[in-house]
Every structure is written in structure tokens, then in C-alpha cells.
Ligand binder design. Structure first.
Ligand code: FES
Length: 125
């Protein structure tokens, strides 16, 4: 099952200012995450707004049939991108999407916002 990193490319942190920032912080983070994910066992996509605007920058980590997570409060920096991709790769390697805490990259600790259980399969309707 492929793990996807969905990056909000319209997030702006509190210090965002039209006069000094040419584009949203989310685009900066998306560039960094995409570069970090090259050749790794994850895929990336961009969306405009994950509805967590007050605690950007935000990403979602999802795979079919697995626990899904939203993470936020990231700065658009290389360390954050590395931690996001490292975590997503561990999510990809896990059977349930649950990565043991002791394996979490330091850079994702304190950034979890939501967790979503996988949907029941259609034959349980
Ligand atoms: S702008 Fe990023 S969550 Fe709304």
C-alpha cells in the first residue's frame, strides 16, 4: 500500500507578510518534502488547504487501509522535510500505519494533530 504525503501549499505561518514573502510557506515546505521524497518509498501531492490553517504548515500521511494522520506546526525547513519523509516511510513499512513511538523521527514529535482510523471495508456495509 503506497503511503502518500499530502502537503498543504497554501499554509502561512504567523509571520507571513505579503511584503516579505513572495509565496505561502506551504509552497516552500512542499518543495523541500518533494525533494526529500525523491527515490524513497512514498509519494507526494499538493493540495490547497487541509483546514488546519491556524497551525500550519500542515501535511497528511495516508495509505489505503491504514491509520491516517494530520501533522502541523511545521516550519518550512529542511529538518522538517526530512522528519516528515522519514516518518512517512516508516508508515509505509508498517502494516497498520501505526509507527512505534520509539521509532518516530525527533522532528515529528509534538506535531501530530489528528489520527483517523481506516474506513471499514465495503463488505461490512
Ligand atoms: S492553508 Fe494550509 S491548512 Fe488551510
Amino acid at each position: 500500500m503506497t503511503t502518500w504525503i499530502t502537503i498543504c501549499d497554501t499554509c502561512k505561518q504567523d509571520d507571513w507578510d505579503e511584503a516579505t514573502h513572495s509565496r505561502p510557506h506551504g509552497q516552500d515546505l512542499a518543495d523541500l518534502v518533494e525533494a526529500q521524497a525523491e527515490g524513497r518509498d512514498v509519494r507526494t501531492r499538493r493540495v490547497s488547504c487541509l483546514m488546519g490553517c491556524k497551525h500550519g504548515c500542515n501535511v497528511a500521511i495516508q495509505a489505503s487501509g491504514k491509520l491516517a494522520y494530520t501533522l502541523g506546526r511545521f516550519a518550512p525547513e529542511q529538518d522538517a522535510a526530512e522528519a516528515i519523509v522519514d516518518y512517512a516511510e516508516l508508515h509505509a513499512q508498517s502494516t497498520s500505519g501505526q509507527v512505534p513511538f520509539k521509532q518516530w523521527p525527533q522532528g515529528v514529535k509534538g506535531h501530530f494533530v489528528t489520527r483517523h482510523p481506516p474506513l471499514p471495508s465495503d463488505d461490512q456495509d
